[in-house]
Design a protein around this ligand. Structure first.
Ligand code: NAI
Length: 460
């Protein structure tokens, strides 16, 4: 079998690349051993967001009392919730299959590994020859010494998303994105949640300002989630009361289930890298150049497998960039302007530079903030926590970065991302008419505030 391109891995990097490459006239084979859509669709982004929205109803039902509407205590049917979530996934998996088919991509559901230049060996025994090979094999959760997913008390995010039970006491090891998103879901389901983070602050790997983190931490505390920073999980002991995690100085935390969310590692083992002379770096990432080409001619890599943020939309952007470059076209890829959305309560979303990072880099900046509480729409939604923050170059007023912490931040960041990615100024945002009453007015007001001309906040 001979193709222009063979892609190994059908996550948001691989399948998006396959569709675009086929649209551009290339013959493409996509090789995937599990379900189409990868971790994001099957065991990551999509199931967590489905559960995020479903469990938000529990919280809304409790809160409705203050608005004069009373519900009885919500009853959770875990099996039904799980099968609804699975339905969401299978609709999207089927949709992905239909798109691949409609675009003429050949899909092989089997395991593939490199077998020398221009060749992929399939576990069926067949081989595929291609002018170019794209590796998009993603990443897997890591373990730490003393803590293994083989221990029935220890959950990976896959176990947590399987919704087999609601533990009475759930201990999260790792205050990164996965830990915090799952903490939010299980707290709403009724678990007593504790998060251990070994670094001095939660979300240490993400460029967020202290005010943003402080707002989230206050909210987590109000929700009854315990956060212990500077606290590393050292070892685990099984007692008759269940597992107990030692955190040093004789201190320990007891739990019914432990969710290990201490990071992910690229899936670079056993994909035949050695057959073309590619050496992964010390953390397992496959090094690539600016054109996403590995050290082996004709072999490219995208997504979680290569250095950079482990984000689905980053992998997709790399796939689109690669497709364009294969036919001599251009698709912009600027790692500095990739937005991120974190589905905690409140949500956090950011793009570009934080205020702290911009100042560290020696940039002369102006900053504007606007609170949700000053938005009529937010008041009507009873979603008044949080704020919009814009950071811009003091002279040119070009928007350098935005952080939003509050309801629907994940959606609201899109306007800021458009502005940051296209070098737009604060005036462009401030002078464009935003519909009233809506949450996006918060970004316009923050831009106005940075320019010293906010209408609905006092300018200082
Ligand atoms: P992470 O790297 O974001 O966080 C892991 C955390 O565990 C770190 O803060 C680390 O300091 C801590 N840690 C490590 N060992 C520890 C120990 N012994 N005791 C206590 N804390 C310890 O990794 P995470 O959350 O597993 O996520 C993996 C990747 O997936 C990340 O790159 C993340 O950005 C991405 N992701 C993004 C999402 C989004 O954008 N909404 C959603 C889910 C994942």
């Amino acid at each position: 079998m001979n193709y222009n391109v063979a892609i190994i891995g059908a996550g948001p990097g691989g399948y998006v690349a396959a569709i675009r490459m086929a649209q551009l006239g290339l013959s493409v084979i996509l090789i995937e051993e599990n379900k189409l859509g990868g971790i994001c669709l099957n065991k990551g982004c999509i199931p967590t967001k489905a559960l995020y929205s479903a469990t938000k109803l529990i919280e809304r039902a409790e809160d409705a009392q203050a608005m004069g509407i009373e519900f009885t205590t919500p009853v959770i049917d875990l099996e039904k919730l799980s099968s609804w979530k699975e339905g969401v996934i299978s609709t999207l998996v089927d949709g992905t299959a239909a798109l691949l088919k409609a675009n003429g991509v050949t899909v092989y559901q089997t395991r593939g590994r490199l077998e020398g230049t221009g060749r992929v060996a399939l576990s069926t025994g067949k081989t595929v020859d291609a002018e170019r090979i794209v590796l998009a094999t993603g990443s897997s959760p890591i373990e730490i010494p003393g803590f293994t997913f083989a221990d029935p008390h220890i959950w990976s995010s896959d176990d947590a998303l399987a919704l087999r039970e609601i533990p009475r006491r759930l201990l999260l090891i790792g205050g990164g994105v996965i830990g915090l998103e799952l903490a939010t879901i299980y707290n709403r389901l009724g678990s007593k949640v504790t998060i251990l983070e070994m670094m001095p602050e939660i979300l240490p790997g993400i460029d967020l300002d202290r005010r943003t983190i402080a707002t989230l931490k206050r909210a987590l505390k109000a929700q009854g989630i315990t956060v212990r920073v500077n606290t590393a999980a050292k070892s685990i002991e099984e007692t008759s009361e269940g597992p107990v995690v030692q955190i040093g100085d004789g201190d320990a935390v007891a739990a019914d289930r432990i969710l290990l969310a201490v990071g992910r590692r690229p899936n670079s083992a056993d994909i035949g890298l050695e057959t073309v002379g590619i050496e992964p770096d010390r953390r397992g990432f496959v090094p690539v150049d600016k054109k996403l080409q590995t050290s082996a001619p004709g072999v490219y890599a995208i997504g979680d497998l290569v250095p950079g943020p482990m984000l689905a939309h980053k992998g997709s952007a790399e796939g689109l960039n690669l497709a364009a470059s294969f036919v001599g076209q251009n698709y912009p890829l600027d790692y500095q302007t990739i937005p991120q959305a974190i589905f905690t309560d409140p949500e956090i979303a950011s793009v570009g530079l934080s205020e702290a990072r911009a100042r560290e880099e020696g940039q002369d900046v102006i900053v504007g903030r606007f609170p949700y509480a000053a938005l009529g729409k937010a008041q009507g939604m009873r979603e008044t926590q949080g704020f919009f923050q814009v950071v811009a170059d003091a002279k040119s007023k070009r928007l350098l970065g935005t952080q939003i912490v509050g309801a629907e931040a994940s959606a609201l960041i899109a306007e800021a991302a458009l502005a940051v990615q296209n070098g737009l100024s604060l005036e462009t945002i401030a002078d464009s008419v935003h519909a009233h009453p809506t949450l996006p007015e918060g970004l316009k007001e923050a831009a106005e505030a940075a320019l010293g001309r906010a209408i609905h906040a006092v300018n200082r």
